[in-house]
Structure formats: structure tokens, C-alpha cells
Ligand binder design. Structure first.
Ligand SMILES: Nc1ncnc2c1ncn2[C@@H]1O[C@H](COP(=O)(O)OP(=O)(O)OP(=O)(O)O)[C@@H](O)[C@H]1O
Ligand SMILES: Nc1ncnc2c1ncn2[C@H]1C[C@H](O)[C@@H](CO)O1
Length: 218
């Protein structure tokens, strides 16, 4: 039986609506960790972006990068002990790339964005997470959750977008190796009905972090 070190940074990854924020909140309460949430309400570009990808994708990516950087700095300054709702890797390797390859972000804009990202990663504020939790689910369950949550801009978005994103996530995690990964299916736990169902999840994370730190002598 291992415990999660109190300076750990645990990032939760997964497609839109899969349940990252809900799990972030629940895990942080259980572990008495701080949270780093992706804020949606004050995002000045998100709704515009969903209405016009071509016009706003660069602006939105720069905005998310700035937000993510501020959060990285905050986590660094606290010395860890965070559950993070979505990783910067997803912004760059999934969303930005998908828009660039799909033609809704120009090659020039993507190159500029990528240079900025690389410059940020080179600062001391970017320690890799101790563990990335990848939330897995059936595609239909994700679509149902997006509908139930009821953000109009997402509901009005063509379903092909969610399908493309879902597929990219599945492919991305297969090759992801920046830090240890724990895959959790959304049917394995129930944050609303049975919070103790998270105990096996916590056990898995603790073991992975312990093994990784032992190998790297941290
Ligand atoms: N374990 C769960 N059981 C049932 N419903 C859930 C569970 N987790 C999340 N939900 C519901 O699914 C919807 C999406 O959850 P949440 O906002 O946590 O997703 P997210 O992955 O953070 O989304 P985004 O990618 O947009 O940030 C919400 O309506 C939430 O209440
Ligand atoms: N880097 C990104 N590029 C495009 N869209 C993004 C990005 N990060 C989050 N989102 C969207 C998905 C949800 O609608 C909402 C909350 O996660 O914000």
C-alpha cells in the first residue's frame, strides 16, 4: 500500500465532457490537494471560437497557453500538491494540431504558437506531472455528457468535431510518454454516488508515482 506524495502533480486528461473537472474536484477533496481548473466562464474567445473556428482558433490557443502557463507557475511556486484539470500537452498535441491539420488554423499561426509553447516549456515552471490520468469512455457516453451538461456552444457544434477529437485522443495516448500514465475508465468510479469508489484509482496512482520516483531517485 503506497501513498501519494504531498508534492505530487497529477494531471487529468481526456476528451471534452468526459469528466475531468468532476474528477479533479473529487480527487482533490479526497487527497486534500489543491486544484488547478480550466476556467470556461470568463474565457473571452471560447464562444466566438465555436461560432467561427477560422477566425478565432489562434486567439483561443494563445489564450489557453497563457492560462496554462499562469497555472504552471502557480503550481511550481506552491511546490506541487495539485490535481490539474487537463494538461498543456492536450492543447498543443491535440487541439492546436487538429485545427492546423484541418485548415482552421494557418500553418504560420501554428508555427508562431508552437514557438511560444517551446519557449515556455524551457522555463523552470514546467515540471512534468508525476502522473497523467487518462479518462477513457465510450464515444456515446461522452456525447451524452456534453448534451446533459448543456453548454449551448458545444451542443451546436457539429458532431464530426467531437468524433475527430475523440479519435485524436485515443491515438495520442498510445504514443504519449512525457510522464507515467494511468488509464481509468469512467465506469470504474462514481464521484457523485460513491466517493470511496475512488480508492482503487488512488491506489493505482500512488503505485505508479512510487515506481517512477524510485526509478528516478526523487
Ligand atoms: N462520474 C460521473 N458520473 C456521472 N456524471 C458525470 C461524472 N463525471 C462527470 N459527469 C458529468 O458529465 C459532464 C461533464 O463533466 P466535466 O465538466 O467534469 O467534464 P470535463 O471533462 O471537465 O469537460 P471539459 O473537457 O469541457 O472541461 C457534467 O455534466 C458532469 O456532471
Ligand atoms: N486548447 C483548446 N482548443 C480548443 N478548445 C479547447 C481547448 N482547451 C479546451 N477547449 C474547450 C473544450 C471545451 O468546450 C471547453 C472546456 O474544456 O474548452
Amino acid at each position: 500500500m503506497y501513498t501519494i506524495p504531498n508534492d505530487a502533480i497529477i494531471t487529468i486528461a481526456g476528451t471534452v465532457g468526459v469528466g475531468k473537472s468532476s474528477l479533479t474536484k473529487a480527487l482533490a477533496e479526497k487527497l486534500n490537494f489543491r486544484t488547478s481548473f480550466e476556467k470556461v466562464d470568463n474565457n473571452p474567445y471560447l464562444e466566438k471560437f465555436y461560432n467561427d473556428f477560422d477566425r478565432w482558433s489562434f486567439h483561443l490557443q494563445i489564450y489557453f497557453l497563457a492560462e496554462r502557463f499562469k497555472e504552471q507557475k502557480r503550481m511550481f511556486e506552491y511546490g506541487g500538491g495539485f490535481i490539474q484539470d487537463r494538461s498543456i500537452y492536450e492543447d498543443v498535441d491535440i487541439f492546436a494540431k487538429m485545427h492546423e491539420e484541418g485548415g482552421t488554423m494557418t500553418k504560420e499561426d501554428f508555427a508562431t504558437y508552437y514557438q511560444l509553447y517551446e519557449a515556455m516549456v524551457m522555463t523552470p515552471y514546467f515540471p512534468q506531472p508525476d502522473c497523467l490520468i487518462f479518462l477513457e469512455s465510450d464515444y456515446e457516453d461522452v456525447i451524452n455528457r456534453i448534451a446533459e451538461r448543456g453548454r449551448q456552444m458545444e451542443i451546436e457544434t457539429d458532431e464530426t468535431y467531437w468524433r475527430a477529437l475523440y479519435t485524436r485522443y485515443v491515438e495520442w495516448i498510445e504514443n504519449f510518454n512525457a510522464c507515467p500514465v494511468v488509464r481509468i475508465n469512467i465506469n470504474e468510479y462514481d464521484v457523485y454516488g460513491d466517493i470511496d469508489s475512488l480508492d482503487p484509482v488512488i491506489e493505482k496512482i500512488a503505485k505508479v508515482i512510487h515506481t517512477h520516483r524510485a526509478m528516478h531517485k526523487r
